[in-house]
Design a protein around this ligand. Structure first.
Ligand code: ZN
Length: 360
């Protein structure tokens, strides 16, 4: 889920999915043959970035759509985060050997049902979510009536299909496709098992990834594409509003990602594909949303308030609400409250009411 995308639909115009930078704007002749074929049956765009074909969703992947990745090596072809945009492309895709998922949220699994015969892979911490609908709903942790409303959406709009035999991966695992490798980077915070994938090409197809797992020694940054999943770099900022989300994990993840050098940085949603300079710029703004929310909270707690009152201030959903946003607002803000209590910046005046201990 990326609630940010539906939230900001009226507040921020859609940006080009591939920023107008000479480095990252694909030349028309770089588009794949599949892309040309695909255009004959639907209007969605495919663009090639090194080893990666980005299958853009409608509105450049704005939620509930998303941008999926098709990656072909000499031995295997994988699809990452099959979104709603995969469905109209299903007759023009090459044979797919396996599906990889950045995390178990509805918009990232919605095209997966088309591939019941091939292995599906999730980080082991998100794996339970695909094994049953109830486990998937536990990741969000919505109270009723949101729980019932949203589980219906997950099945009807996002085609949830339980896959009890899905397989787990861990940080550092490598999928070797033959000349192209996909490295797993555990990037928790959005969900417990959220991962990014670093895709590198230009490799000797016969070399073994096991003896050389560090991508810094495998290829130069010019051959690398970092897929960011739902670290979506939107102006909304990080989404850590689910039961399985964690603000401080998210902050550590953002710090780690900043240090990973690649030529291309791709988000699942509409920000699209950026070069390193644009990535660092967007990342800084993305991070700053956390501080903005926390400063808003601290100013408000010059007087004591409880969580209902804090949530009503919309420090997270400042630009309008969607059906699941009340729960997400509360879950986000309680994490800020808890860490400010731990640091001594807030104190509890009576059970469930907090006040600032010093001037903001
Ligand atoms: Zn998500």
């Amino acid at each position: 889920m990326s609630e940010s995308d539906s939230t900001k639909s009226s507040a921020e115009p859609a940006e080009p999915a591939a920023m107008s930078n000479a480095e990252t704007t694909p030349a028309s002749n770089a588009k794949s043959t599949e892309a040309s074929n695909a255009r004959s049956t639907h209007s969605l765009e495919d663009h090639q970035f090194g080893p990666v074909t980005v299958l853009f969703g409608e509105k450049q992947g704005k939620y509930p759509q998303g941008n999926s990745l098709l990656i072909r090596g000499s031995r295997e072809t994988v699809l990452i985060d099959p979104s709603l945009g995969v469905i109209p492309r299903r007759h023009s895709l090459p044979p797919i050997d396996r599906l990889l998922f950045s995390h178990c949220h509805e918009d990232h699994i919605s095209g997966a049902y088309l591939f019941p015969e091939i292995p599906w892979h999730f980080h082991e911490l998100d794996l339970p979510g695909i094994q049953s609908l109830e486990a998937m709903m536990a990741i969000y942790g919505f109270p009723e009536p949101t729980h019932s409303y949203f589980s219906k959406q997950v099945v009807e709009q996002f085609h949830f299909k339980a896959r009890p035999d899905a397989e787990g991966f861990r940080d550092g695992d490598v999928f070797d496709l033959g000349g192209v490798r996909v490295h797993v980077i555990h990037a928790p915070g959005h969900t417990r098992g959220h991962c990014c994938f670093l895709i590198e090409s230009g490799l000797n197809p016969d070399s073994s990834p096991d003896s050389n797992r560090d991508w810094d020694r495998d290829s130069g940054p010019d051959e690398r594409f970092l897929f960011l999943g739902d670290i979506d770099l939107s102006s909304f900022g990080p989404y850590y509003g689910d039961a399985w989300a964690d603000l401080e994990d998210f902050e550590r993840t953002l710090e780690r990602l900043r240090g990973i050098e690649a030529r291309w940085y791709g988000t699942f949603h509409h920000i699209g594909v950026l070069d390193r300079e644009a990535f660092l710029d967007r990342l800084a703004r993305f991070v700053s949303a956390i501080g903005r929310r926390e400063q808003g909270l601290l100013s408000y707690l010059a007087e004591a308030h409880d969580l209902d009152e804090i949530a009503a201030q919309n420090f997270v959903y400042s630009r309008g609400k969607i059906p699941t946003s009340d729960a997400a607002e509360r879950r986000s803000m309680i994490q800020h409250v808890e860490r400010l209590v731990r640091s001594g910046t807030l104190r509890e005046t009576s059970p469930g009411r907090w006040i600032r201990t010093k001037a903001a």
